[in-house]
Design a protein around this ligand. Structure first.
Ligand code: MG
Ligand code: MG
Length: 256
């Protein structure tokens, strides 16, 4: 069953996702060689609480920290640590909040200084594939229309789509139905309806799509050790169209 949200529920979700978006921008301003992923985690925890919310990931399924920090070949679910960012790294930061009983959830892959040209195109293609998916998020379309658009864009750019992890519905739970895979067929899957709130989150690999889990029980890495990128936004279907609840504007306005 899909939980369709009323207008006031969507406003709670918007508030959460705006805090998430501002947290990502705050972390983006800190990113430079030498900063540890744990420093980013500590700042995120403080920033989220200063904005009247709680970190949505802390303790979620036993996750030990307030954000996920996934560097280079880490796809998602990386645990913050004393690892110091280096020139040329990429880092996906995934932030969640909970406030007034609703969740926020979005992610962005940042560059640390100058990165390889091919890494740059991976990030660009992944970000674009998210927006190709969002273009399909309208009432009457199906989940498969989103999935296909993401996959088509990423694969045309020469990259591969992680299959095991997917986007999801968002509400008073972090993960609700429906699943939003980043691969699929047009016209298939559940129909998108007024009041549905979803997160679209392509996880795109430079090399093969195969992944493995670290012995830490959380970090997902590419099998071939090549980089992976991850971008995520939350949106509601309202008046038939995508009403995007989180944003990269704060990040991209504050970058130099
Ligand atoms: Mg998510
Ligand atoms: Mg997320």
């Amino acid at each position: 069953m899909l939980k369709l949200k009323r207008a006031e529920e969507i406003e709670h979700l918007r508030e959460n996702n705006q805090i998430v978006s501002k947290t990502l921008a705050e972390l983006g301003r800190m990113i430079r060689p030498g900063v540890t992923t744990l420093q980013l985690d500590r700042r995120a925890d403080e920033f989220i609480r200063d904005h009247g919310a709680e970190p949505g990931f802390l303790g979620y399924g036993g996750f030990p920290n307030s954000i996920c920090t996934s560097v280079n070949d880490a796809v998602v679910h990386g645990i913050p640590s004393d690892y110091q960012l280096r020139e040329g790294d990429i880092i996906s930061i995934d932030v969640g909040t909970i406030k007034d009983g609703f969740y926020g959830d979005s992610a962005y892959t940042f560059t640390v200084g100058e990165v390889d040209e091919q890494v740059s195109s991976l990030l660009e293609a992944t970000r674009e594939s998210l927006f190709k998916g969002i273009d399909q998020a309208m009432a009457g379309n199906r989940v498969g229309d989103i999935s296909w658009a993401v996959q088509d864009h990423a694969e045309r750019a020469g990259f591969s789509v992680v299959r095991e992890m997917v986007g999801h519905g968002l509400g008073s739970n972090m993960h609700e139905s429906p699943e939003i895979p980043n691969y699929g067929k047009r016209g298939k899957g559940p129909q998108l309806k007024e009041g549905l709130v979803i997160c679209i989150e392509p996880m795109i690999n430079m090399g093969s799509r195969s992944i493995k889990q670290d012995r830490d029980g959380w970090t997902i890495r590419t099998m071939d050790g090549k980089p992976s990128a991850h971008f995520e936004l939350a949106l509601a279907i309202r008046n038939g169209e995508a009403d995007i609840l989180s944003t990269f504007d704060y990040i991209e306005q504050s970058s130099t």
